[in-house]
Design a protein. Structure first.
Length: 547
RNA sequence: GGCCCCAUCGUCUAGUGGCCUAGGACAUCACUCUUUCAAGGUGAAGACACGGGUUCGAUUCCCGUUGGGGCCGCCA
């Protein structure tokens, strides 16, 4: 049908694309419903809205879509607000800050919604419907079974006072439905997708108000977008099919329709399905995702039960905060998940992002969340931080794990700085410090990797070398990496062995493990006393196991 | 099933008719450095879903096919 140019010209004349010609001040919003956790996808949508607002010196509104009042608002909202704060996405109007259109909670705007419902009813754009929920769902199922359109039959529509009286005599209660047009179509000029068309006849007569007078999402959303003077509705693609019925409300009310921009979905690792909080078990099959989750588990082990399930789920923003990601790294990664400036720029500060961001460079196809790539941004930014700062970020994890006492001593601080310095990019997120708590354990409590111990320390000749090296260490002027290296090199020369012949045994003796940081850094962190003690202990242990 | 959307390396992407023997990043692999593990250095492999048009010329425009996704609630 689109192949006939005359027809399409004709059609587009009948149905001019919806677009606001008047340039209004930029006002955007993100409208989370309080579900108790901030989904990564919401974070990305919020970020794009925020960047768009900041780029255009517009206003970023945070509105709480809590028309479904079953949940405890405060409890469910706090983690979401916290997510915004942590990411550094600040809102100009919304909870706490308020603003000219307060309140920004849908649950407190019901009077206004009812007013609009009244007007819609009056103009004939909506009608009273007396079907029960059971009746409509039975009808819908029958339609599906017969492979017919599931559009509501309007069988219980009360379009005359008589019908209304009759239904009410039956004890029925009315909901309010939108009366969708039965012909023509709507073309929406989407800022990322271009022209999108909807056939009105296929649109459902959506319920906008329940029998108890409470209003539903589509109505509330349209009313708020109008009342809050939202100029651009930037939201996820899952809302694309909702657009027609919302535009219908705008048009019925003769309101100026905002511009729409539908963002590609944030998809699962390695698939195009919508990323979901509930599919954690499945995502664990992805190695990079599993690595992330492992960090959360490690953290939970070390710091006890105050950590809830959302904090352990990388689909939720809270996870990244908990395990010590840098918010800027997450923001940088998320910005690039569905948007790119050019063929090479990947690192952006917030300011650069604001400067560079535009909707016309947003992609159309879903983008899979890739934990490995996020980690690359994180590692890069982490390593760019001075060692003092990284130590500062790591410290709370050690305190919570109970290996550093509070208030921390200058000695502890110095030691953590040395550990962080020696660890280099092995500490990618702040919680990774938890891999190195052995530096804080008592010498007597050091556990050994048994396999490594046998291979390295129980090796013939190793014990003798360790004994003599211990004496060497006892005499080193200062336990400092450079001097330690000199001492060890001199030692192996004297012994006529290669450095590899002793260093592995030494590593296992003092750390219990086969792998670790640079040997001299390790020794310097441990200090003379621990080094000597640990060698003694390992030597004794090796001699015992020999028998 | 209906409607809507989408389609470049494994992943994120550049590309808007000739600059493309398709560029970058992450991941992968190899080599190198090395006291281990990382990191670093060097290099390699790796994509325009398919079929028709339009055009002197298609990754790029059009149509179709296939594939993927979203929505079809008295949820948001």
């Amino acid at each position: 049908m689109g192949s006939n140019p005359i027809l399409s010209v004709h059609r587009s004349m009948l149905n001019p694309a919806v677009s606001s010609s008047a340039s209004r001040p930029v006002r955007v919003r993100v409208a989370p419903s309080p579900t108790g956790a901030m989904h990564l996808g919401l974070a990305r949508t919020a970020l794009y809205n925020w960047l768009f607002a900041r780029h255009h010196q517009g206003t970023f509104v945070l509105r709480i879509d809590d028309t479904d009042v079953e949940r405890n608002l405060d409890e469910a909202l706090a983690p979401i607000l916290r997510g915004f704060c942590w990411l550094g996405i600040d809102w100009d109007e919304g909870p706490q800050t308020d603003g000219p259109h307060a309140p920004y909670y849908q649950s407190r705007r019901t009077a206004r919604y009812r007013e609009v419902v009244g007007q819609l009813l009056e103009s004939g754009a909506a009608y009273l419907d007396y079907a029960t929920a059971a009746e409509t769902s039975a009808e819908r199922e029958a339609a599906i079974a017969m492979k017919r359109s599931t559009r509501y039959s309007r069988r219980w529509m009360a379009d005359t006072p008589e019908k209304r009286a009759r239904f009410e005599a039956e004890g029925r209660q009315a909901v309010v439905r939108l009366k969708m047009p039965s012909q023509a179509s709507l073309a929406v000029d989407d800022l990322v997708r271009g022209k999108v068309e909807f056939d009105w006849a296929l649109e459902q007569d959506h319920v906008i108000q329940r029998a108890d007078g409470s209003c539903l999402y589509h109505l509330a959303s349209a009313v708020d977008d109008h009342d809050f003077e939202i100029s651009h509705v930037i939201r996820a693609e899952e809302h694309l099919s909702n657009t027609a019925r919302q535009v219908f409300i705008f048009q019925a009310m003769r309101w100026e329709v905002p511009q729409f921009a539908h963002l590609p979905l944030v998809a699962e690792p390695g698939s195009k399905n919508k990323l979901s909080k509930r599919k954690l078990a499945q995502y664990l099959r992805n190695k990079d995702f599993a690595d992330l989750v492992a960090r959360g588990r490690k953290l939970a082990e070390s710091s006890g039960p105050e950590i809830g399930p959302d904090a352990l789920n990388p689909v939720s923003v809270e996870f990244y905060e908990r395990v010590g990601f840098l918010p800027d790294a997450v923001v940088n990664y998320l910005a690039l998940l569905g948007w790119a400036l050019d063929d090479r720029t990947e690192e952006f500060t917030r300011e650069q992002l604001i400067e560079a961001f535009s909707l016309d460079k947003v992609n159309k196809s879903p983008s899979s969340y890739d934990p490995a790539k996020l980690m690359a941004f994180q590692t890069r930014q982490m390593l760019a931080l001075p060692v003092e700062r990284r130590a500062e970020l790591a410290m709370p994890f050690l305190v919570r794990a109970g290996v550093v006492a509070e208030p921390e001593s200058p000695e502890a601080r110095g030691r953590v700085e040395r550990i962080v310095g020696a660890a280099g990019d092995r500490i990618k997120v702040a919680a990774d410090i938890l891999d190195y708590t052995d530096f804080f354990t008592e010498d007597e409590g050091l556990a050994y990797d048994e396999k490594a111990f046998r291979k390295r320390v129980c090796k013939p000749g190793a014990v003798g070398l360790l004994r003599r090296l211990r004496e060497e260490f006892a005499g080193v002027r200062e336990f400092e990496p450079g001097l330690l290296e000199q001492a060890v090199r001199a030692f192996v020369d004297r012994e006529g062995v290669r450095i590899g012949d002793i260093i592995h045994a030494l590593r296992v003796a003092v750390t219990g493990k086969a792998v670790g940081f640079g040997m001299y850094d390790t020794l310097a962190i441990l200090g003379r006393e621990s080094t000597v003690n640990r060698i003694d202990r390992a030597v004794a242990r090796a001699e015992q196991t020999k028998d």
